[in-house]
Design a protein. Sequence first.
Length: 393
Amino acid sequence: MENSMFNLVLAGYFGFGNAGDEALLAGLLSGINKAVAAGSLTGCRIRPVVLSAKPEETRKLHGVAAVDRHHPAAIWQSLAKADAFWLAGGGLLQQATSRRSIYYYLGLLALAQAHALPTCLFAQGVGPLKTSGAAVLLRILLPRCCGIWVRDDLSRRVLLEVFGERHRRGPQIQVTGDPAFLLPPAMEGGEEEREKAPGERIAAGGSRWVVACRSWREEQGWSGRLAAGLAEAAKTGGAALQLLAMQPEQDLPFNRQLAAALQDRGAQVHLLPPPPDFRRVIMHIAGADLVIAMRLHALIMAAGAGVPAVAVSYDPKVDALAKDLAIPLVSIGALKAAEGDHLLSAVICRAEAEERSGGGTATARKEMAARLQKQVAADLVEALAVCGVRKKE
């Protein structure tokens, strides 16, 4: 394949307006470009082709070839011209948000293998699995992959449980980090964002806390305490709260309700307009004094920018990241319990006070993120190699 084009088809939750998944894709593309530019890979040029819900938007945002993920003929033609296929990052192989979407991604994997393509899972989140059919397909398809990299140890344990002894006949299941770690830690404008944001003024010397939450099950059991805990912490810390929608279609309705509840409790709160793309999200987060987030990629962006963060966990993937980066965490289960609002407030205030005291926790977290970045970059090169791209000796 000397000096030829290597067509790599990438499937994920792309083109749906989710800033986290678009950041993941941008990090992945950046990592591929850097690996080629650094000479880590030789013998061919790499041409990513992204399966997207809105291919034209993906082409404009990422400067990459894209095809409609809902168009069977376009997918078939892309695979016919491909040299490899990846399920590329995100929580694709799970049945928490939908019991059906896993079959779409496993169907793509089966189709790629029917084309005799090298296939790979990269930075995949796996589980929970709620149907036996999904487990059966995983047992059939994944051992045929050239490589499997999952994004946390919990995903690895889920696959080992599904495979049992069968995993010895397939590729080794390795743990890597999220490709969003491959993005630059911050983008221009972060300092400006600290001073102002569209349509608002923050009092001189006041803190700016970015809140990136989402709707989840049984909101009446926890969202009221979330609002109470945020309001209590913000008033104690003299902070303005900015509500950020990582996926506007899903997050904005919840944020409007949360903003009303916060205002009722006397908090200074601003509902940020929907960000045009993930770059604006990074700018908001890089300019914050503190990030409180349910959204996984908001926490990753905060760590990369050295901004202190508190996680509100609704999913094991958030637990795993918080553990890896030593981010203080309050689970929705704890939030639903009596005094959950005071627990959240105490955790937020402690995190903010530690940073103000010069404890360096955010700096240490930024160093942890940098180590994960190096690991993901190295694993990315290895994943390309097992699919046929020659590494530099």
